[in-house]
Design a protein around this ligand. Structure first.
Ligand code: BGC
Length: 723
């Protein structure tokens, strides 16, 4: 049978609606006994459907965010239970959602403005007598303006309970492509948790503020009651300023406000077409008494199975780990975003690349990345270049080192954690195109030129690690991954192996002087070591260089490109105690410094909130940016010691390689893999460290402990290495 949604017609409101959400209505009669009924729907914008007043589907913010020019997901819902015998009313509201990013010139239909919305839907009913009926969006549908008078992702929503658009008009059919339709490829976006108010207080400026105790992404459900026409506004903020006042300057142009206009009655309301990044809310001009129990924060993100957990004897590290998890929850809302609060919230490739391995340990995110990587490939330029953000923005340029490499690094990390060979195969051309892009611009293995973000937000200064050092390090790293991916897929990679050798030689030739990295920064050393660009004696001397750079100042100085690999570069080169020094440090700059300042998520900058209580530049100061949270993969992989094996991905064979430290009493982690629960940990005893590992049935493992390698079979193991 033909797929019904492809016979449906795109519908719009017949008049210019100034981007106001529109409600499409379809009334129909179903007389016979119903066996099953399914609704397929999608929108240019975001939509929410009800059938006879009952919510259709468990998701929110459908159809999600993809490269709308080429790929638009539709959802299919079982609506059998919502259907009634006789008269039925289907209502589907559509708001602009992420489509507000679009600009006319970007769209396949030059006549359709970026923010205009449209609906496409098909309702298929199978009757018990064997007959069936399909209702598709078309001229018989009607529409009116929604009570939600305004909505957008950044600014919030304006809802008027008293508004009733009496002008119900026939919907207008729109000529718009349907070849772009794809069934849901990512995860559903769902409400995952509800948080009660932790405390209520009045700020020095006299504003009443509610604190949910946790920075999160989602929205607030509230109970409200007031005289008709009275408006209350709910404002959202991540943090309070030094004086304890509500602080929203770091949101830049994003208003993050929910306006509710009362109609005299009591309502329980939550937004439909927007989300906020917040911990605090301020009910402003509230028309009724503000009672904490009337406000509930609802956490919203992609539906993924939680897999990774970590715990150790240092509570501050446990809080750090929790902050990483919340950072992921806050930024995995259909697209891996940099941040969820300010006027940005974009699928920055660099951030995603840095955090991908950690993400794959914390949640089962194969499907999530699989969809996003399909968007990445679809956005890639003909020359192999990769936009900075996926889905691409109209302003986007292309191809910064460490950002564009997401094309190669992400599929490989997902492959290692989940054994996703099909994904690797599907992405291979995209991976290769990016490596070819770099190769085409290189000479004798050296790639120069181009525009790059550099080691973003590092503490050495913008160009301390010169762009050529960074771009050639990533050139070699991505080429190396491509070679391994090709080998997995049975593709001859000789040409790329030769290219890799040449790039590594060029790196040493150009950037090493007297056995050291000439630019003398932590990030340069970290990349040279972790990307295996230096061998033998040279590796040793670069490791010494890194160690002395750290010891000289006593702390990390790495930015986005170095931070995630910093501890690995140390522990891979016999410097685990120094890695622990950095991890356990509490003063600025360090991973624990934000924890000492009360952080509940990962900050964009090492000093988002300074020790004296003042803020970093509000122009770029998010308190929910997961990039530096990449440290959690070291906590799971090296502290507790659970690692993948490239040759047997998906934890079919597990490498246990913990590097314990006597400053802690214990550390342990677990990952609920596709093959079962993998556990690793250790604790201190008089006789030395006692290690415990669990290997699921059907898997094998090896423990690399204090210089020895032991083969382990399925089951639980307790080991001591001593005499
Ligand atoms: C984003 C980053 C991103 C960067 C590019 C910022 O505005 O928030 O996380 O990677 O731009 O340099």
């Amino acid at each position: 049978m033909d797929n019904p949604i492809f016979s449906a017609a795109w519908l719009q409101h017949p008049e210019k609606t100034n981007e106001a959400p529109v409600e499409f209505l379809f009334a129909f009669t179903s007389q016979k006994a119903v066996k099953s009924a399914a609704l397929q729907a999608t929108a240019l914008g975001v939509y929410a459907a009800t059938l006879n007043g009952g919510k259709v589907g468990g998701e929110v913010l459908a159809p999600g965010w993809t490269n709308y020019r080429k790929r638009l997901q539709y959802q299919t819902y079982d609506v059998t239970e919502l259907l009634t015998a006789g008269e039925n009313l289907l209502s589907i509201e559509v708001g602009v959602g992420w489509r507000m990013h679009a600009r006319e010139k970007d769209w396949t239909q030059p006549t359709l403005g970026g923010k205009e919305t449209a609906l496409l839907a098909a309702l298929s009913i199978e009757y018990s007598d064997g007959t069936s009926e399909v209702f598709t969006t078309g001229e018989s549908w009607r529409c009116r303006l929604s009570k939600t008078r305004y909505s957008d992702i950044y600014n919030g929503e304006f809802y008027d309970a008293g508004f009733e658009d009496n002008l119900v008009l026939p919907a207008k059919v729109l000529d718009y492509p349907k070849e772009i339709l794809i069934p849901l490829q990512g995860e559903r976006i769902v409400e995952t948790e509800r948080l009660a108010v932790k405390s209520m207080f009045t700020t020095p400026q006299g504003e009443l503020v509610l604190d949910f105790g946790q920075v999160l992404t989602g929205y607030v459900e509230f109970r409200i009651e007031g005289a008709a026409g009275k408006k209350g506004t709910l404002r959202h903020a991540e943090i309070l300023d030094a004086a304890g006042n509500f602080y929203t300057t770091n949101l830049r142009k994003a208003k993050q406000e929910i306006d509710f206009v009362c109609d005299g009655g009591a309502h329980v309301y939550k937004p439909k077409f927007t989300f906020q990044g917040f911990r605090y809310v301020q009910p402003k001009d509230w028309p009724c008494e503000v009672k904490p129990e009337d406000f509930t924060a609802i956490v919203v993100h992609s539906e993924m199975r939680r897999t990774g957990r970590f715990e150790c004897s240092e509570p501050m590290l446990n809080q750090l780990f929790s902050n990483v998890v919340w950072g992921m929850r806050g930024n995995f809302l259909d697209v891996p975003t940099d941040c969820p609060q300010r006027d940005e919230r974009l699928g920055w490739t660099g951030d995603a690349q840095v955090f991908c391995r950690t993400a794959s340990y914390l949640y089962d995110c194969e499907r999530f990345f699989s969809k996003w990587l399909a968007d990445l490939a679809s956005e890639q330029f003909a020359n192999g270049g990769v936009p900075h953000v996926i889905p691409r923005m109209h302003w986007d340029g292309d191809s910064s080192t460490g950002w564009a490499d997401a094309a190669v690094i992400c599929p490989w990390e997902i492959y290692k954690t989940f054994g996703a060979q099909k994904l690797l195969l599907r992405q291979f051309d995209s991976m290769k195109a990016w490596v070819d892009y770099m190769a085409a611009r290189s000479q004798d293995g050296l790639w120069l030129g181009g525009g790059h973000f550099g080691d973003w937000l590092n503490l050495d200064g913008d160009s301390a690690t010169p762009k050529p050092v960074l771009q050639n390090a990533f050139f070699a790293y991505s080429t190396g991954i491509l070679v391994k991916a090709g080998e997995v897929l049975g593709i001859s990679m000789e040409e790329y192996q030769a290219q890799l050798r040449q790039t590594k030689e060029a790196f040493v030739r150009e950037f090493i002087e007297d056995g050291k990295l000439a630019c003398n920064t932590q990030t340069a050393c970290v990349l040279a070591l972790h990307f295996d660009l230096v061998q033998g004696g040279l590796r040793e001397s670069v490791a010494v260089q890194l160690a002395s750079l750290i010891r000289e100042c006593g702390h990390l100085k790495t930015g986005f490109l170095g931070a995630g690999y910093l501890l690995h570069a140390l522990s891979e080169n016999g410097l685990a105690p120094l890695a622990y020094d950095l991890l356990l440090r509490r003063e600025y700059p360090s991973w624990l410094y934000p924890v000492t300042m009360g952080a509940t998520t990962i900050w964009e900058r090492w000093d988002g909130l300074r020790p004296d209580g003042t803020f970093q530049d509000a122009g770029m100061n998010s308190f929910n940016h997961y990039a530096y949270g990449a440290v959690a993969d070291w906590m799971i992989g090296v502290m507790a010691g659970i690692q993948t094996d490239e040759a047997n991905p998906g934890f079919r064979h597990i490498v246990f390689a913990p590097q314990p430290d006597a400053r802690l009493d214990y550390a342990k982690a677990e990952i609920d893999t596709r093959h079962g629960l993998v556990k690793a940990g250790w604790h201190k005893s008089d006789a030395g460290f006692v290690y415990e590992f669990t290997v699921p049935q059907g898997c094998t493992a090896e423990a690399r402990l204090e210089g020895r390698v032991l083969a382990l079979g399925p089951g639980a193991h307790t080991l001591t290495i001593g005499d």
